[in-house]
Design a protein around this ligand. Sequence first.
Ligand code: 1X8
Length: 323
Amino acid sequence: MVEFPLTLAEATDKAKELRAQLNQYSHEYYVADKPTVEDYVYDRLYKELVDIETEYPDLITSDSPTQRVGGKILQGFEKVTHEVQMYSLNDGFSKEDIYDFDERVQKLAGKQVGYCCELKIDGLAISLKYENGKFVQGATRGDGTVGENITENLKTVKSIPLELKKPISVEVRGECYMPKQSFVNLNKEREEAGQDVFANPRNAAAGSLRQLDTSMVAKRNLSTFLYTVADFGPMTAQTQFDALNELSEIGFRTNPEKKLCQTIDDVWAYIEEYHEKRMELPYEIDGIVIKANEFTIQDELGFTVKAPRWAIAYKFPPEEAQT
Ligand SMILES: NC(=O)c1cc2c(N)ncc(C(N)=O)c2s1
């Protein structure tokens, strides 16, 4: 417990120490999925920080964990123009589509290429901007060029770092989603309250991020997986697979199920593996994203009007009705 009266100097030092400790525990719990302390340890330190910030409100910083609970009522969402377009993906629906994709890529690249395979998360695409390591803007995809500024809502999503592990300026993209269990719990609450229930976790995530009361968003247990770098800043990755590791190193939550495949046969095996495994995952996926792994190949192949030539999204067939 903090003994008052702390002098301003003591309170300043103590608040800084508590913020760092709490943000570390939060990173372990919400980003790395590897908590190292029990909730009551976190809660006790959190209460100490709240007491200090209540006594000295000027000590509240934008990256304080106390700012995660929201409480702002927004008037609406401003438009944001994406300097780097948020592209969509060409879809594939069969093994033949995937092998045809590989044939086209090999022909264009003039060689066999390695593919980075990732789960296609069924959530809402978001773009996150950081300046000198601080989270400054979060936006929805919108039409790929113009999205909505949902920064205040995304600040309440615990897996989104308010400050990176390095003071760098980058823009990254990923998916904000609602875990299956959170979806079940939310719909149970809504049903008991006589409210409409959400059809699926994706709609629940989208509906949550459209809330104008940020404290409502904080209660929705949303999470994220980041998977694309739009502005690399000083990041050095030369492949998609390495970029995912680098995103994790600087503080983002990335999906652990990725795989680097050297042949399209291995890609197809990965697709079949996760078509089976998807029911066991704690989040919904609607397919697999396959990307040429080397950024030099991606640059060489470029984009059509709509989508990259170097990637394809394999879509799982609609789920057989749950008997
Ligand atoms: N539309 C897109 O470009 C993407 C959409 C998605 C998605 N929903 N989930 C995962 C990835 C990924 N790991 O690349 C992508 S990429």
